[in-house]
Design a binder for this molecule. Structure first.
Ligand SMILES: Cc1ncc(COP(=O)(O)O)c(C=O)c1O
Length: 420
């Protein structure tokens, strides 16, 4: 049953209540390997579902455009102070509605339409909002895109430097959505320094690892840091922009009044709760185990002949190129979902296939680590993935159903916040 209990929802809108209940059960029974997802604590769920959703508070603490901020101001101030303490930054803005608006605020703060912005190309693992063609950021700004080396699958820092010197972007993004290796923040900072560009570290995927000491921090290298709060950081759907003092005012003005209206106060409260959780020894242990699980899973998948982009992982994320298995990413992902293992199909660098039907799948270990799975269990997961991918090619639904049963048996033994 969903926790907190949804008795009022069930009485007033049984249709929606039933769907939420079913989703909670689905999350309980599946091996969730989508690299951007997690399970938040019940405390985070309670804050997200609180009466704070009723309140408008355009502006910032002490400078609001609406009355009645006696309790909202301290909520937002607590979230800011906790973000500053967890990440060791001079300034934090906790109002962006999500990761995409947080990145848009960076454009508004430091660029004029038509200016050059550099980021990793989407097919190499960058995010849409780093200047990719179909995004507003690539249509209204001049996107300069770097990639990875074909021989290593890793960021090509020589290319980054060459492109930077050639196009002189005012902003350089590092970080992305499908990067299985440690981001070399000092190297990016050196390149940005040569052309006086603002280096923005988008740590959306790895924020929880950084908070827990399992990935180097960009602080001291990137003056501006954007992040979602709902991936490895294990908070609500939301985002933050952190920076040094010099860039603070431009970023705050860009978020409000530049881009947004009233902040989502229930989300701000839940971000504060998640940031408090991120200071605990348990969270540190979780962050390190996320990486240990990913490394163990990568090793077990490699041992089964899977072709991993970059050959492995340093963080929570693994990218598999399925070309040698003779199955495309999409049918593999769909078969795995039927087998109780949820991940997403993904382009791989230099993918000859289209983004909607690419060659790879992406997986991550944050959610299964939150559930309590350990490195010793990763060979079992790899064996199921191997069998299900084979079954996808052979149209073998019997094997897929058998795996789904075994997955359900495993996962129902592990408690889940949000389900009792
Ligand atoms: C690196 C990165 N930046 C930004 C975003 C955008 O976040 P949102 O989906 O919350 O807009 C994502 C989301 O996946 C991401 O991975």
């Amino acid at each position: 049953m969903h926790e907190p209990a949804m008795t009022h929802l069930a009485a007033s809108d049984p249709e929606i209540a039933g769907l939420v209940e079913s989703e909670a059960q689905r999350q309980f029974e599946k091996i969730r390997l989508i690299a951007s997802e997690n399970y938040v604590s019940t405390a985070v769920l309670e804050a997200s579902g609180s009466v704070l959703t009723n309140k408008y508070s355009e502006g910032y603490a002490g400078k609001r455009y609406y009355e009645g901020q006696q309790f909202i101001d301290p909520v937002e101030t607590l979230a800011i102070d906790r973000a500053k303490a967890v990440f060791g930054v001079e300034h934090a803005n906790v109002q962006p509605y999500s990761g995409s608006p947080a990145n848009l605020a960076v454009y508004l703060a430091f660029l004029q339409p038509g200016d050059a912005v550099m980021g990793m190309g989407l097919p190499s693992g960058g995010h849409l909002t780093h200047g990719w063609t179909v995004s507003a950021t690539g249509r209204w700004f001049q996107g300069v895109r770097y990639g990875v080396r074909q021989d290593t699958g890793r960021v090509d820092l020589d290319e980054v430097r060459d492109l930077a010197l050639q196009h002189r972007p005012k902003v350089i993004f590092c970080g992305g959505t499908a990067i299985p290796r440690t981001i070399d923040f000092p190297a990016f900072a050196a390149i940005a320094g040569e052309i006086d560009a603002v280096l923005v570290a988008d740590i959306s995927h790895i924020a929880g690892l950084i908070a827990g000491g399992a990935h180097p921090s960009p602080v001291g290298h990137a003056p501006v840091i954007t992040t979602t709060t709902h991936k490895t950081l294990r908070g609500p759907r939301g985002a933050m922009i952190m920076s040094d003092a010099a860039h603070a005012s431009a970023l705050d003005k860009a978020v409000f009044p530049g881009l947004q209206g009233g902040p989502h106060n229930h989300t701000t409260a839940a971000i504060a709760v998640a940031l408090r959780e991120a200071t605990t020894p348990d969270f540190r242990e979780y962050a390190h185990r996320v990486v240990a699980n990913a490394k163990a899973l990568a090793e077990a998948l490699s041992a089964r002949g899977f072709d991993l982009v970059t050959g492995g992982t340093d963080n929570h994320l693994i990218l598999i190129d399925l070309t040698s298995r003779g199955v495309a990413g999409k049918p593999a992902a769909k078969a795995l979902d039927r087998a109780g293992i949820e991940l997403n199909y993904n382009t791989v660098p230099f993918d000859p296939r289209k983004p909607f039907d690419p060659s790879g799948v992406r997986l991550g270990t944050a959610a299964i680590t939150t559930r309590g799975l350990q490195p010793e269990q990763m060979p079992t997961l790899a064996a199921w993935i191997d069998e299900a991918v084979k079954a996808a090619g052979d149209d073998d639904e019997t094997t897929i159903s058998r795996i789904a049963g075994e997955v359900r048996d495993l996962m129902t033994a592990y408690p889940m916040s949000g389900w009792v």
